[in-house]
Design a protein around this ligand. Structure first.
Ligand SMILES: Cc1cc2nc3c(=O)[nH]c(=O)nc-3n(C[C@H](O)[C@H](O)[C@H](O)COP(=O)(O)OP(=O)(O)OC[C@H]3O[C@@H](n4cnc5c(N)ncnc54)[C@H](O)[C@@H]3O)c2cc1C
Length: 302
């Protein structure tokens, strides 16, 4: 079936693109692989402070408002969409056994927490990607945090409020975290920092603890370490694996776009976290959706 616009991804960027397509008179459909809309907003258990107008709403509550807005106009979106094939050059895709095509594509597939890369990472109990969410779960217990940027340092401080010992592990001896958090972490009595080391294996022990095999990258020395929680805070990775070298991406896999959100292929746009915005946020994603829809409307104008 031929559409004017197909939007792939139902986070704030995709939702905004759908609304803007509607108000610009474009016939669009949004396809989301998850069972509900919202993307990373579903992981925000705190109020979304940087989004104007809703100071008390959590990510899920803000998502509910967005979805209510879509329903007001009876806009078309599908969830549980399993993408089987995609050809960006011809703007065709196969989803849940149905072939769809469009005059323009908007890729809004967002990003997710970068994984550590352990074989059993998805199934191991005790692994977390957010101290804000899981702080209380590990109160009174010893935890390990992995990473060297803002998120690892902030999470170490959050966890040190309730944990007797926080071990921060980083693969190098240089940190990207902001200086004020470095100062706070390095002087904190309950946080220890280990540099130049990597976790090679993790396994679950009988007493709900994790056993970690840690290797020093400089000396190759191995040691085992035990902790109740392992917080992986390595930044975020774009959901672009499915694009399989069809459009230009940067070294980290984020889609390269111009100021109108155009990608390297004609009539294919990318919006939100998937194209490494200067600021990863709901507000930025919403803005990108508007820009792409506006440019498509201009382009398709007869
Ligand atoms: C814990 C946490 C807290 C945050 N706190 C804030 C905050 O307080 N304020 C703020 O402004 N921002 C915050 N953010 C960042 C914000 O959530 C993101 O910047 C924003 O959600 C990006 O929107 P997006 O639509 O680009 O991508 P996403 O929200 O990642 O949505 C992408 C969607 O695309 C879907 N998708 C992926 N691949 C496919 C595919 N092949 N086919 C179909 N669908 C696909 C995904 O399932 C997902 O629903 C937070 C993020 C996290 C994780």
């Amino acid at each position: 079936m031929e559409h004017q616009v197909i939007i792939l991804g139902g986070g704030p960027a995709g939702i905004s693109a759908l609304l803007w397509c509607h108000s610009l008179g474009l016939q669009a459909i949004l396809l989301e692989q998850g069972k509900e809309l919202g993307g990373q907003m579903l992981q925000m258990f705190h109020p979304v402070l940087e989004y104007p107008g809703f100071p008390d709403k959590t990510g899920v509550e803000l998502r509910d408002e967005f979805e209510r807005h879509l329903r007001t106009y009876n806009l078309r979106y599908r969830v549980n969409c399993h993408l089987e094939e995609i050809n960006l050059r011809d703007r065709r895709l196969l989803v849940n056994g149905e072939m769809l095509s469009a005059q323009a594509f908007i890729i809004a597939t967002g990003a997710q927490n970068r994984r550590l890369g352990l074989a059993n990472e998805e199934t191991l109990p005790g692994i977390s990607y957010s101290a804000t969410h899981d702080q209380q779960k590990f109160a009174g217990q010893e935890v390990v945090v992995v990473g060297g940027g803002d998120s690892a340092f902030e999470d170490s401080l959050i966890l040190a409020e309730v944990c007797p010992r926080v071990m921060l592990l980083h693969r190098s001896d240089k940190f990207r975290a902001r200086p004020s958090w470095q100062q706070a972490v390095f002087t904190h009595p309950r946080i220890q920092v280990m540099t130049n080391c990597e976790i090679k294996e993790a396994s679950s022990l009988a007493d709900n603890q994790l056993q970690l095999l840690v290797v020093n990258r400089t000396t190759a020395r191995q040691q085992t370490m035990q902790a109740h929680g392992l917080f992986v805070r390595l930044g975020i990775a774009p959901n672009t694996a499915f694009l399989q070298q069809q459009i230009t991406v940067d070294v980290a896999g984020f889609v390269v776009v111009d100021r109108a959100q155009k990608t390297s292929l004609p009539n294919v746009y990318a919006v939100g976290d998937v194209c490494r915005p200067v600021c990863f946020s709901v507000a930025t994603a919403i803005g990108h959706g508007a820009i792409a829809a506006k440019d498509i409307a201009e382009m398709l104008r007869p």
